[in-house]
Ligand binder design. Structure first.
Ligand SMILES: [Zn+2]
Ligand SMILES: [Zn+2]
Length: 605
């Protein structure tokens, strides 16, 4: 990934940016930089000078000059002590600090920096004697490469934004300015990306969600604790009902488990030891400790223990729209996508015998496909994460790991799923698949996941009795099709710009009248709408509509209904009444429909 040509261009552009900044502000002190999605950043300390977007044209012009001038990237090797002297002599205290770390411990502790690219020169090997520098024009930077050969090959770029960033991510350290840019191989790709970026801004669920009355965040309640507003709750309820309908048709049993659990449960499951940083802990007045559940699994395992005795009870499928809470740092919170809670998971646990894994996994894949088709998600693929036995230390029986990995791969092949296989990315308890898609900016994103668990039955001592009367361990499939409902709604907003599929629209139809002089006719239309029950994809779904009979102009009413992205507006005037018609207004335009055909017309949408 790192060595892909475009990433080498992005990396090299970071050097060019730094070179341009140095040309404009010769006393600039450089931290480190990195390649990120679609581009790069570089952390720079300019003392009193604060860069703003107003400076971008000037910096970009200097960058363009460097690119057109056509300097080669030259590699230089230097003994570590000489490099330290170089940093000192050139007024680069941050590089000096990195080089001193390197000399002392053989690493610049790149882990703390969450990056490892520009400005660093080691692979973390100890006993560093020499370091490498790269030079383009007059600009020299500590780096291990690789780079493009000449600045002329750097591609098309644009600076996007500048943000504060603490040196090495520590609040007590000096604050630097992090300059971000995007880089593409061609101007066309760059323009295309910038266009999509503009589009994405208009679809950002953090803006559109509250505008549509889907959700809100209140400082009084707390950050990362979104509240579903009436329209959002309608949407979420529809999604929950739809999933339940599909799952119950496939033999899943719905349960409900509490949001709190005693610490003993998490001691037994291992979460108290391995996951406590992500769990909210509560103590009651009797000195007992509880946790807000970060996942539903241990609760479900208790129900398994109660309900399953023999192999005849398997497969055993539990499902829950289960609310969980997770401790998150405030800086990471993002609308509905990353929250503290509630995270209402479309969660399920499928308990099986080892020889049922492949067949049950095919059924899971079938459910993924059915649901995504309904949701209009077609651009997805799977990532199959397997252990890497040459490197990883996996707990448990190696043969069980191999069997599980093979069963999933066979299931994927048999089902004809499009997937990529990645070794070394399995969960610690078993292989898994993630459903991947791209967001509007082309960034890869997971929608949901399904994991095979061969360890927890041992850890929690879950058993069943086989034909021979032996006590044996089941395998568990943890599976979420829509991930969390909140997160899915966030994604759906960005995908549809708030124009949800008809069956999911919180308000599907709004009747707009000039005033209240047409009450009889409106009542007749209402009785038609009351008789409409949608059967697909969610059965017994009554039509959701309202009437806007305020004494306002029709233009204003249409505007409001359109802003709320109500898919169907039924506009009724005196003339319509006279000929027993209504004007049906949708995203596609407006047309007259006879009232006798209205029901069929709406059902055909
Ligand atoms: Zn470099
Ligand atoms: Zn689970």
């Amino acid at each position: 990934m790192k060595d892909e040509k475009i990433n080498i261009m992005r990396h090299s552009m970071a050097h060019i940016t730094a070179a341009a900044v140095q040309r404009l502000w010769p006393s600039a002190k450089f931290g480190v930089g990195s390649v990120v999605d679609n581009g790069f950043y570089y952390d720079i300390d300019l003392g009193e000078v604060k860069i703003s977007e107003a400076n971008f044209p000037k910096i970009e012009k200097a960058m363009q000059g460097i690119i057109e001038y056509g300097d080669d990237f030259e590699k230089l090797e230097m003994p570590i002590d000489e490099a330290i002297s170089w940093a000192k002599a050139n007024g680069q205290p941050y590089k000096e600090e990195l080089l001193n770390d390197l000399k002392r411990s053989g690493t610049t502790v790149a882990k703390d920096l969450d990056m490892d690219e520009i400005g660093l020169a080691t692979d973390g090997e100890s006993a560093v004697k020499t370091v490498t520098f790269y030079k383009n024009g007059n600009f020299v930077d500590l780096c291990r490469g690789p780079h493009i050969a000449n600045t002329r090959d750097a591609g098309a770029f644009k600076l996007l934004r500048v943000a504060g960033a603490y040196w090495r991510g520590k609040e007590t350290n000096p604050q630097m300015q992090r300059l971000y840019g995007v880089v593409f191989a061609t101007q066309t790709e760059l323009s295309d990306y910038l266009e999509r970026l503009e589009l994405a801004k208009t679809r950002d669920h953090r803006v559109v969600g509250p505008q549509l009355g889907i959700y809100m965040i209140s400082d009084a309640v707390g950050q990362g604790l979104p509240m579903m507003m009436p329209r959002g709750e309608t949407l979420k309820d529809l999604l929950i009902r739809y999933m339940r309908q599909e799952e119950e048709a496939r033999g899943y049993k719905y349960v409900e488990t509490p949001v709190l659990a005693h610490e003993n449960l998490y001691k037994r499951s291992g979460h108290a030891d391995h996951y406590s940083d992500a769990m909210y802990k509560l103590k009651d007045d009797e000195g007992q400790t509880f946790y807000l559940k970060p996942m539903n699994c241990p609760h479900h395992h208790m129900i398994y223990e109660k309900m399953v005795e023999s192999y005849r009870d398997l497969p055993f499928k539990l499902a829950e729209a289960g609310r969980v809470y997770r401790k998150e740092l405030s800086g990471t919170l993002t609308g509905l996508i990353r929250v503290r809670g509630p995270i209402t998971q479309n969660d399920s646990h499928i308990y099986i015998r080892p020889n049922q894994l492949k067949d049950e996994f095919v059924k899971v894949l079938e459910l993924f496909k059915t649901v995504y088709q309904t949701m209009g998600i077609n651009d997805y693929w799977y990532r199959l994460s397997l252990p890497d036995f040459t490197k990883d230390k996996y707990e448990g029986d190696k043969q069980a790991w191999m069997d599980a990995s093979n069963a999933i791969r066979e299931a994927m092949q048999e089902f004809g799923a499009e997937f990529v296989e990645v070794e070394g990315e399995a969960a610690f308890y078993g292989p898994k698949i993630d459903v991947q898609t791209r967001n509007i900016l082309g960034k890869e994103d997971s929608i949901a996941t399904s994991q095979v668990d061969i360890l927890v039955p041992y850890r929690m001592d879950l058993n069943y009795i086989d034909e021979a009367g032996n006590k044996v361990k089941p395998i568990i499939i943890h599976r979420a099709i829509l991930g969390s409902f909140e997160r899915f709604i966030g994604m759906l907003i960005e995908k549809t710009a708030g124009w949800f599929p008809f069956w999911l629209a919180p308000e599907q139809v709004r009747i707009l009248t000039i005033n209240n002089t047409l009450n009889d006719y409106v009542a007749e239309i209402k009785s038609i709408l009351d008789g409409i029950i949608l059967m697909k994809p969610l059965r017994h779904n009554e039509l959701r509509y309202s009437v806007d009979e305020r004494n306002e102009s029709l233009g204003k009413k249409i505007r409001e209904a359109t802003n709320l992205k109500i898919p169907i507006q039924l506009i009724v005037g005196q003339q319509d009444k006279d000929v027993r018609e209504v004007s049906v207004r949708t995203q596609l335009g407006e047309q007259k429909v006879n009232i006798d055909g209205l029901k069929d017309y709406l059902l055909s949408l």
